[in-house]
Structures are given as structure tokens and as C-alpha cells.
Design a protein around this ligand. Structure first.
Ligand code: COA
Length: 330
């Protein structure tokens, strides 16, 4: 592709229906005839994938609107690996779908357009959910986001490299009840593997905290992955002002569904069983000093928003004033 090419996110109109109809028409035409020799998609490995209907499938883009689908091409070796996406009457590799030729697209930007929703889907479901899923994160993955989810994509050097999403205070939990989130919640977050350990996860957490400056309490969706736990720990070590503010929450985030993250860090590092009352200072540990290891929770699946609880909870049913005293002490 020439350097000045406009990538899908730069040119897709906000017309999911029109887009889907075009993809369906293309699929139907392919089904009615044998593909010509020229109808192949070249992979970066040099392999060529035939554009035939047996290698194509329609993927649901949004969790809450199953009727919206995009047409994807899967690897002949592994039919769960998406190699290209059909957009604007052409096939684009998943990496190209993540690119932009718009120089103003940089840093953290709110997801607004249909094209940006597609980028969010590719990063979340195809890159994180499959290509860059690691054993470190156990089997954690996120479901596709709802169609109107508040999310930001992180753009750098002409490509999308991460995202985070937020559950807004007062928005429906979407768990089949009428319950609404009682605080803003940092829900899903992802940074591409090649860009990790450069402070980007922390930057997104900071952006979330800055966005809701007036809120006394902020949530982080449960379960928290071991790596995200490390990010939170570092962040709270560096920013004591947020220690009383950040809570690991289950929806809708009522008091009984919150665990203070800094206190969890403290309890774990003091190696006290969760739920027991910490005796600050009794371990002689200096919590202002970062440490290399931490006993991680074992987490399995992250179905954020409509949470399946998979870990032990540290619910603190104490009056908040007493709790703040403890945090100040810690
Ligand atoms: C969690 C995630 C977003 C962190 O992104 P990141 O950009 O690498 O995080 P940061 O660079 O800001 O990390 C900040 C600090 O956290 C700690 N940290 C981050 N990743 C760590 C790891 N794998 N092991 C140990 N410490 C880690 C480090 O102290 C790091 O600072 P340092 O690099 O100066 O030592 C990223 O690893 C990711 O996308 N993981 C898969 C998805 C996921 O787990 N999401 C969270 C769901 S709750």
C-alpha cells in the first residue's frame, strides 16, 4: 500500500447498515461462483489465502446488537485467527485496519465513529482475544463492547495500540436487572504487547482518574488481571492521593461490592489473609518502596460489565470514616 493511502478508519462512513449490505452482496456473489486465480489475499508470511466462502465469516461487532456484523477472512490453518477484514469493498489486513493516515489521530481519543468502533473491536476481540492473548493473563479476555460503550483508543505513530473503556455512573449494568453503576468504572483496558512497559497502561488509568476529578470514588472492574494489578500498585505507590479513591468493584458498585485496591495491595504484601483486619506497621514493611513480586489472584475470565465473579472478595463492611483513617495510616 502506498504511504499516502487512506485507511478504513479514515474513510468509513457512519453507515453500519450500508456497510453490512455491501459485505453481504460481496459474500453472495462469491458464493455463486468459483473465485478467480486473482482472488487471493497475501499474508505477510508470503502465504496466499484464497477468497472463498469457506474461509469467510461474519463476526458480531457489538455485544448488545448481534445484527451488526463484519465480514472477515480467517487463516486456513486456524479458522479462529482473523487475517483480514472486508471494508469499503476491499480486503484489509487486521494491521491495516488499525492504521491511520490522519496525523491528527494521536494520543487518547474518544471512540465516536463507526470506523473507530471497528478498530476497537479488532483490538479487543481479534488482537487481544486471540493473537496476543498470553498465558500470563490466564484465560482472560473481554467480550465485544456494547455499541455505545464509552471508550478511548490510544493512537501512536499512525496506529491504534491500545484502548480503555468506562462504565458511566448511572448507566445500566446490563446484567438483566435495572441496576445502574453507582460510580464511574474503569472497565476494560489493553495495550499491544510490543508497546507494554512504557507507561501507557498507567497513562490510561491516569486519564480515567482525571476525567472524573469530582468523583470521590472510582471503580476498576473485577476481576483485575495480575498485570493490571501491578499497574495499579505502582500507580498508587506514586500517587497517594488516589489510595482512598480507587475500588475494585462488581456491578453496580454498591458499598458491599467494593474492595479498596490500595488496602488489597497492603494486605497482600503484608501476606495477611484477605478479610482480616490489618494491623498497620506490625509487619515492619515499608509500603512506600516498590517490590518486585506480589501474590497475584488467580483469575480466569473477564466478562466485564456483566461480571462473572471468579475470585475471593475482600469486602470491607466498616464505616468509611474508620476506613479512611486506616488508609491514612497505611
Ligand atoms: C495491563 C496492561 C494494560 C498494562 O499496560 P502497560 O502499558 O504495560 O503498563 P505500564 O507500562 O503503565 O506499567 C506500569 C507499571 O506496572 C508494573 N507492570 C506492568 N506490567 C507488568 C508485568 N507484566 N509484570 C510486572 N509488573 C508490571 C510495572 O511496575 C510498570 O512499571 P515499569 O515498567 O516502570 O516497571 C497490559 O499489560 C495489558 O494490556 N494486558 C492484557 C490485558 C489486561 O490484562 N487488561 C487488564 C484487565 S483488568
Amino acid at each position: 500500500l502506498p504511504a499516502e493511502v487512506a485507511y478504513p478508519v479514515d474513510i468509513l462512513e457512519d453507515s453500519p447498515e450500508g456497510h453490512q449490505a455491501a459485505a453481504q452482496a460481496y459474500y453472495d456473489s462469491l458464493r455463486e461462483r468459483a473465485p478467480t486465480a486473482a482472488e487471493i489475499f497475501p499474508l505477510p508470511t508470503g502465504e496466499q489465502v484464497k477468497l472463498e466462502t469457506s474461509s469467510l465469516c461474519f463476526c458480531t461487532v457489538y455485544r448488545d446488537e448481534p445484527q451488526h456484523k463484519i465480514l472477515v477472512l480467517v487463516s486456513p490453518q486456524d479458522t479462529k485467527t482473523v487475517v483480514a477484514v472486508y471494508l469499503k469493498e476491499s480486503w484489509w489486513s487486521t494491521e491495516d485496519v488499525l492504521r491511520t493516515s490522519d496525523p491528527t489521530r494521536k494520543g487518547l481519543m474518544k471512540v465516536r465513529s463507526f470506523g473507530e468502533r471497528i478498530v476497537l473491536f479488532i483490538l479487543n476481540v481479534i488482537i487481544f482475544g486471540k493473537l496476543e492473548r498470553s498465558l500470563d493473563d490466564e484465560d482472560m479476555f473481554f467480550l465485544p463492547h456494547p455499541a455505545k460503550e464509552q471508550a478511548k483508543i490510544l493512537w501512536r505513530d499512525g496506529a491504534a495500540i491500545g484502548f480503555y473503556s468506562t462504565k458511566m455512573k448511572g448507566s445500566l449494568c446490563g446484567n438483566g436487572t435495572n441496576a445502574c453503576y453507582q460510580l464511574p468504572v474503569f472497565d476494560t483496558v489493553f495495550v499491544r504487547k510490543k508497546c507494554r512497559r512504557q507507561g501507557l497502561g498507567t497513562a490510561m488509568l491516569q486519564d480515567f482518574c482525571d476525567t472524573f476529578q469530582e468523583e470521590e470514588a472510582l471503580g476498576v472492574s473485577c476481576p483485575i488481571s495480575p498485570t493490571m494489578y501491578q499497574v495499579l500498585r505502582q500507580f498508587l505507590l506514586a500517587c497517594p492521593a488516589h489510595r482512598g479513591r480507587l475500588w475494585e468493584v462488581e456491578p453496580p458498585g454498591a458499598w458491599g461490592q467494593r474492595a479498596n485496591i490500595w488496602l488489597k495491595v497492603y494486605l497482600q504484601e503484608a501476606r495477611l489473609p484477605e478479610g482480616s483486619i490489618a494491623q498497620p506497621g506490625c509487619t515492619g514493611e515499608d509500603m512506600s518502596r516498590p517490590r518486585q513480586t506480589l501474590q497475584d489472584d488467580r483469575l480466569v475470565q473477564c466478562d466485564h460489565g456483566e461480571s462473572h465473579k471468579v475470585e475471593q472478595w475482600c469486602v470491607i463492611p466498616w464505616p468509611s470514616s474508620l476506613f479512611c483513617d486506616l488508609l491514612a495510616f497505611v
